[in-house]
Ligand binder design. Structure first.
Ligand SMILES: C[S@@+](CC[C@H](N)C(=O)[O-])C[C@H]1O[C@@H](n2cnc3c(N)ncnc32)[C@H](O)[C@@H]1O
Length: 759
C-alpha cells in the first residue's frame, strides 16, 4: 500500500482509514516493511510531542499492528440487541480459548465508547481461520458487516461524532465525509429515537459532502445501511461549499427578530453541528498503513495546511450562533492541527475552543501543543522559530516564491494562552493501543437576545458571555434568523496567509476534473393525488398522517417509474428552494418503494406493482395500520428462509389461511417471539413479503437473509447458501429447480433480492 505524495495531498492517502467494511478481519496484517524513517523521528522529536520518557514506547507502538476494532451500528435500540448477542453469546464462548497452547483473549469493549457499543480484539489470522470458536465469531462479523450491522472502524476514527453531540433536531454538515464511517455515526445520532423495528423521521438534517465524485458513491452506499429521510449527499469542494437557501417557514427566529428580516422569503441555511474531518497527511494511521513509513515527509502536512484552514473557515461561516464544529485529522503534525485552529480562530471572531477534555471518561489524551517548529523542506530543516526568520534567510528574489505561510508557525505565547490551544486533544498510539489522532471542538457564541439581525450581524467577542457558554456542557441552541448571505461571502480571511480566492479555484478545479457537466436526474416531488402514490397508500393501508407530499422521484419526466423516495420536511424545502445542479446533489432521502418486475407483478396492473423495500420498511412502518400487518412465527420464517419461493399451501395454519385471504402483491409480516425446535426468536422481526398466486417470497437481500439466519438459527439455512455449497462441491450440469422456477430463471433485483421472473 504505497502512498504517493499526491494521494496524501488529496486526502486519499487515508482511504483505508474509513474503509471499514472490507472483508479482511485479520489483525496481524503488516507488510514486511522497513518501519523506519529518520525524517519522521527527527521531526516529531523536535516538536516535543511527548516527554522523552515516553518516546521509546511511542516508537514501539507505531511499529505494532493495530488491534481490530469495530462498532455495532444502527439506531440505539437495534444496536443494543446485537451488542447483547456479542456480550452474552459470543464473548462467553470465546473466553478461556487456547490455540497452540497459548491463551487467546476474547474481544473487549472499548472503555470510552458510549453504551459499550465498540469492541477490540487482537487475534492472528491463523486463530481466526483455525480456532473453531473464533472461526464462528469471524463468520458472524463478516456477515453482520456485509449487511451493515457492524462497522469495522478504527477506534480513534469513532471519536469526532461523539464530540459533536448531535441531536435529532440538529442541522448537521459533514464537510469531508467519504467513505462515510463518521457519517454513519452522525446519522445514528440523528435517529436516536428509532426503535428496534421502526425509523423515526428526525426534524433535523445531515448533509454529507465530499469533493471526490467517485467517493460520494461510497458514501451513498455506506449510508444506505441506515436509510434516512433526513440525509442529503453533495459533491463540492468544502472550502467553497455554496450557500443553501431555505424558506422562512423553516427558520426559527429568535425573539425580537425584526419583521423586515423574518419577512424575507428565503434565508441561508445555517448548521447546528459541522464535522470537518479534513484531508490530512495521515501519519496517525501508520500502524494500519505501514507504507507511510517509506513515503512520509513533513511537506505532506505543509501542503495541506492552507486547504485545511479554508475548509474550517467555510464551516465557521456556515455555523449557527451557539453551534459547534469538530475539527479532526488522523495526523500528529501540528501544522495540520493546532496551526489550523489558531489561524481559523484568529481570522473569524466569536469562536472558542471547548474544553472537552473530560467529555469521554476513559479516553487517554494529551493537550494541544502551544509551540512547534515547521520544517521548511523535506529533509526536516526546523531551524526557524519564526516565519520572519525563515523569510529573512531566503535570497530576496526567492521570497515571493515560497509556498510556506506564516500561519504554519506557532502563535505567540499570549495568543496560545488566550486561544486555549491546550484544549485540543492529541491521541498517541501508545496511550491506549490506537492510531494517532487530533480533535478540536469549536463553539460559536450564542446569539445575544438583542441580536435581531441574526447571521448578518457580526458577532461581538464578548469574553464573559462566551466563557459562560463554554462551561455549560450542552449549551442550549439558540435558533437564529438566517439571513441571505452569499455563498462565498468575504468575511475576515486568515490574517496570516493569503488563500487563493475560493470561487476562482473552485471553477478551475471543476474544469480540470471535467465534472463541470453535472449529470444527475432531477428531483421531483410527486403529487399525493398521483394514482401510483395513491395506490401504494391504499394497498399498504397507510394512515392518514403519512406524509404523502414528501414522496420524491428521480427521472427526467418526474413520474413514479421505478423508485419512490421519502424525505423529511427540511430536505424537501432544500430541494424545492435550490437548483440541484448548483448544489450538486447526489442523492437525498431514502428509497421506500420500488417497482416490482416480472410477470406476476405485471398482472397486478401498473399502480399495484410497487413493493415495500426492505430498507424503506422501518420508515413506512409507523404509518401502516397494524391490522394490515400479517402475524407469523418462527417455523414460518424458517420455511421462508430455506426456500426461495415456498408454496402457500405448505405453510402451517393459521398463517396459511391469513395469507391466502390477502391480495397478491406487497405485504408486511411481523414475526413474533416464538420457538422452532431448539431455536427461538427472542424479539419481534418485521419484514417485507411478496405474495404471488401460489407462493411467497421474503423480500430481503440475500446477504441480509444469511445474516438473519446466522443470528436466529446459528447457521446459514438459506436456499442461496445451500446452492452455493452445492456449487462448490459439484458444478451443476442441470439447472436447479425450486418450486417450479429454475434458479437460472430467477433474477436478482437491484437490491440483491431474489425474484421469480415467471411463475
Ligand atoms: C479523512 S477523509 C474523510 C473520512 C470520513 N470522514 C470518514 O470518516 O469516513 C478526507 C476526505 O476529504 C475529501 N476531500 C479532499 N479535499 C476535499 C475538499 N476540498 N472538500 C471536500 N472534501 C475533500 C477526500 O475525498 C476524503 O474523502
Amino acid at each position: 500500500m504505497t502512498r504517493t505524495k499526491n494521494k496524501a495531498r488529496r486526502g486519499k492517502g487515508r482511504k483505508a482509514q474509513g474503509d471499514n467494511n472490507g472483508p479482511n478481519w485479520r489483525t496481524d496484517v503488516v507488510e514486511k516493511l522497513d518501519m523506519n524513517n529518520e525524517r519522521f523521528e527527527k521531526y516529531y522529536k523536535t516538536q516535543n510531542i511527548l516527554p522523552d520518557t515516553e518516546w521509546d514506547d511511542f516508537l514501539k507502538s507505531v511499529r505494532q499492528p493495530l488491534p481490530t476494532t469495530f462498532r455495532v451500528t444502527g439506531s440505539r435500540q437495534a444496536a443494543r440487541l446485537l451488542n447483547d448477542t456479542i456480550k452474552e453469546t459470543h464473548v462467553p464462548h470465546l473466553a478461556g480459548v487456547t490455540f497452540e497452547e497459548e491463551a487467546v483473549s476474547p474481544p473487549s469493549q472499548i472503555p470510552w465508547y458510549p453504551d459499550g457499543l465498540a469492541w477490540q480484539f487482537n487475534v492472528s489470522k491463523k486463530v481466526l481461520r483455525k480456532q473453531p470458536e473464533f472461526k464462528k465469531f469471524h463468520n458472524f462479523l463478516v456477515f453482520e458487516t456485509e449487511v451493515g450491522n457492524i462497522s469495522r472502524q478504527e477506534a480513534v476514527s469513532m471519536l469526532p461524532p461523539l464530540f459533536l453531540e448531535v441531536e435529532p433536531h440538529h442541522r448537521v454538515m459533514d464537510m469531508c465525509a467519504a467513505p462515510g464511517s463518521k457519517t454513519a455515526q452522525l446519522l445514528e445520532a440523528l435517529h436516536a429515537q428509532d426503535t428496534e423495528t421502526t425509523s423515526s423521521i428526525p426534524s433535523g438534517l445531515l448533509i454529507a459532502n465530499d469533493s471526490d465524485n467517485k467517493r460520494t458513491h461510497l458514501l451513498i452506499h455506506q449510508s444506505s445501511r441506515l436509510p434516512s429521510p433526513a440525509l442529503m449527499v453533495t459533491n463540492h469542494d468544502a472550502s467553497i461549499f455554496p450557500a443553501i437557501k431555505i424558506p422562512s417557514e423553516q427558520v426559527v427566529f429568535p425573539s425580537g427578530t425584526k419583521t423586515r428580516v423574518a419577512n424575507k422569503r428565503q434565508h441561508q441555511l445555517l448548521f447546528d453541528r459541522i464535522l470537518c474531518d479534513v484531508p490530512c497527511s495521515g501519519d496517525g494511521t501508520l500502524r494500519k498503513n505501514p507504507g507511510i513509513w517509506k513515503s512520509w515527509s513533513p511537506m505532506d502536512g505543509n501542503g495541506l495546511h492552507g486547504l485545511q484552514i479554508r475548509i474550517l473557515q467555510r464551516a465557521m461561516r456556515m455555523l449557527k450562533k451557539g453551534g459547534r464544529i469538530v475539527y479532526s485529522t488522523c495526523s500528529m503534525n501540528p501544522v495540520e492541527n493546532e496551526a489550523v485552529i489558531v489561524a481559523a480562530l484568529k481570522s473569524i471572531p466569536g469562536f472558542e475552543l471547548v474544553d472537552a477534555t473530560n467529555h469521554l471518561p476513559g479516553l487517554k489524551h494529551r493537550p494541544g501543543l502551544t509551540t512547534w517548529t515547521p520544517s521548511v523542506d523535506r529533509s526536516v530543516v526546523t531551524d526557524f522559530t519564526t516565519y520572519h526568520d525563515f523569510i529573512q534567510s531566503l535570497p530576496e528574489e526567492k521570497r515571493a516564491d515560497t509556498k510556506l505561510v506564516e500561519s504554519q508557525w506557532p502563535p505567540s505565547a499570549e495568543d496560545a494562552e488566550r486561544l486555549h490551544i491546550t484544549r485540543c486533544l492529541r491521541i498517541y498510539p501508545h496511550l491506549q493501543d490506537t492510531g494517532g489522532f487530533f480533535v478540536a471542538v469549536l463553539q460559536k457564541a450564542p446569539a445575544p437576545s438583542s441580536d435581531q439581525e441574526g447571521e448578518s450581524s457580526e458577532l461581538r467577542t464578548d469574553g464573559k458571555r462566551q466563557a459562560e457558554a463554554m462551561s455549560t456542557k450542552t449549551t442550549p441552541m439558540i435558533d437564529e434568523s438566517e439571513a441571505t448571505t452569499p455563498a462565498n461571502e468575504s468575511g475576515p480571511t486568515a490574517v496570516l496567509e493569503a488563500p487563493p480566492k475560493p470561487d476562482t479555484k473552485g471553477k478551475a478545479k471543476a474544469k480540470q476534473s471535467g465534472d463541470i457537466h453535472f449529470k444527475e436526474n432531477p428531483y421531483t416531488f410527486v403529487s399525493p393525488e398521483d394514482p401510483i402514490v395513491h395506490a401504494c397508500i391504499t394497498k399498504l393501508n397507510l394512515k392518514s398522517n403519512f406524509p404523502a407530499s414528501n414522496i420524491l422521484v428521480r427521472n427526467p419526466a418526474g413520474d413514479p417509474v421505478r423508485s419512490l423516495y421519502m424525505t423529511n420536511d427540511i430536505v424537501k424545502s432544500i430541494v424545492e428552494n435550490n437548483d440541484y445542479q448548483r448544489l450538486r446533489l447526489m442523492t437525498c432521502g431514502t428509497k421506500v418503494m420500488g417497482k416490482q418486475e416480472g410477470a406476476a407483478a405485471k398482472r397486478e396492473g401498473a399502480e399495484l406493482q410497487f413493493r415495500v423495500l426492505d430498507e424503506g420498511l422501518p420508515v413506512l412502518l409507523p404509518f401502516i395500520e397494524p391490522e394490515s400487518i400479517v402475524t407469523a412465527d418462527l417455523p414460518t420464517l424458517k420455511i421462508l428462509m430455506e426456500t426461495y419461493y415456498p408454496l402457500i399451501n405448505g405453510f402451517p395454519e393459521p398463517f396459511r389461511s391469513i395469507i391466502e385471504a390477502k391480495t397478491t402483491g406487497s405485504h408486511v409480516v411481523r414475526f413474533v417471539p416464538s420457538q422452532a425446535g431448539t431455536f427461538s426468536l427472542t424479539h419481534e422481526l418485521i419484514l417485507p413479503l411478496w405474495k404471488s398466486n401460489a407462493s411467497l417470497t421474503l423480500m430481503i437481500e440475500k446477504k441480509a437473509k444469511s445474516a438473519l439466519s446466522l443470528r436466529v438459527f446459528g447457521e446459514d439455512i438459506t436456499a442461496a447458501a445451500r446452492q452455493s455449497g452445492q456449487e462448490k462441491q459439484q458444478p451443476p450440469s442441470q439447472p436447479d429447480v425450486e418450486d417450479g422456477v429454475t434458479v437460472e430463471e430467477a433474477v436478482e433485483d437491484d437490491n440483491g433480492t431474489r425474484m421469480p421472473e415467471e411463475e
